[in-house]
Ligand binder design. Structure first.
Ligand code: NDP
Length: 287
């Protein structure tokens, strides 16, 4: 039986810490940290993510500023909104919920957000700092949350083998950089890694991070009994159930520790968004 890494509980603890810090700011007559959340269009999954982020802000006392734009909004309209938010002193963090409508260039939007308000950690400035191992980077929330989970459960990283399945800018790449920064020997795999090679590569891992969005990709032949698995994937089955990349029922009895889906990486990701917003607030107030 594996240790179940309880993301919901850890996220609650982090939110409580943040809530207490925000309370202290307010007692000292400081303004609350502010997070702007932009949604373009009405993609149902994005609507749920945005709602959860705004709810989390309210719970800890971070002031949220929601902006919902029509699916038909032009790139220029979005850029103009971001420019206003960059200049707005009440706002410490700006996030634009992805994916964007196809007529909007995602890179242009990411590049437009001021690096010191880039609480998603997607701006090249922050990605550059992360790749240099610079602690001042605002780091993408999901991989940052994964590291938080490893630390919270006392899982060693120095000299360990880590395999990251997936190489997106949002999860896989920053995840690999963070693990590298913690002295893991890191392997990154992706859709061109031959499918017949993938199980053996993954089996070598002390820490396996699955971030593909392919439900049930990770089966018993990918794992070993000393392995810690962080399952980032989120997929919805035909009967509406949320599942991860790991075949949890088959794999959980074999490995040392594993995150469940739901209740694993997801809640900690949102807690990291709040943490980044508070960090950005503190830096901006110190300037
Ligand atoms: P992307 O689709 O951007 O990236 C998926 C990655 O997986 C790509 O690098 C792709 O390779 C790789 N991949 C796809 N199929 C395979 C395969 N069979 N074998 C090996 N690699 C494969 O997704 P994201 O990184 O944005 O998200 C990944 C998953 O994590 C999704 O399910 C998403 O919903 C979830 N997610 C969860 C979050 C949370 O809070 N829990 C937050 C963010 C995402 P290639 O580059 O070659 O195409």
């Amino acid at each position: 039986m594996a240790i179940i890494i309880d993301g919901a509980k850890l996220a609650q603890e982090i939110r409580t810490e943040i809530k207490n810090e925000v309370k202290k700011l307010i007692i000292n007559n400081k303004r609350a940290p502010g997070l702007a959340v932009i949604q373009i269009g009405a993609d149902p999954a994005s609507t749920i993510y945005v709602r959860n982020k705004i709810k989390a802000c309210a719970e800890v006392g971070v002031e949220s500023f929601g902006f919902t734009l029509q699916n038909t909004a032009t790139e220029q309209e979005v850029l103009s909104l971001i420019s206003d938010l960059n200049a707005d002193s009440r706002i410490d963090g700006i996030l634009c919920q992805l994916p964007l409508p196809v007529h909007i260039d995602q890179n242009k939007i990411i590049f437009a957000i001021a690096p010191d308000k880039d609480v998603d950690g997607f701006h090249p400035y922050n990605v550059g700092l992360l790749s240099m191992g610079n602690p001042n980077a605002l780091v993408a929330c999901t991989p940052q949350g994964c590291i938080k989970m490893l630390k919270a459960y006392g899982i060693p990283t120095r000299g360990k083998r880590a395999v990251v399945v997936g190489r997106s800018n949002i999860v896989g790449r920053p995840m690999a950089l963070l693990l590298l920064g913690l002295d893991c020997t890191v392997t990154i795999t992706h859709s061109h890694t031959p499918a017949e090679d993938l199980p053996a590569i993954c089996r070598e891992a002390d820490i396996l991070v699955a971030a593909t969005g392919k439900a049930g990709l990770i089966t018993p032949e990918f794992v070993n009994s000393d392995q810690v698995i962080l399952d980032v994937g989120i997929s919805r089955t035909t009967n509406g159930k949320i599942v991860g990349d790991v075949d949890f029922t088959a794999v959980e009895p074999i490995v040392k520790a594993i995150t469940p889906v739901p209740g694993g990486v997801g809640p900690v990701t949102i807690a990291m968004l709040l943490k980044n917003t508070l960090a950005s607030y503190r830096r901006r107030m110190a300037d």
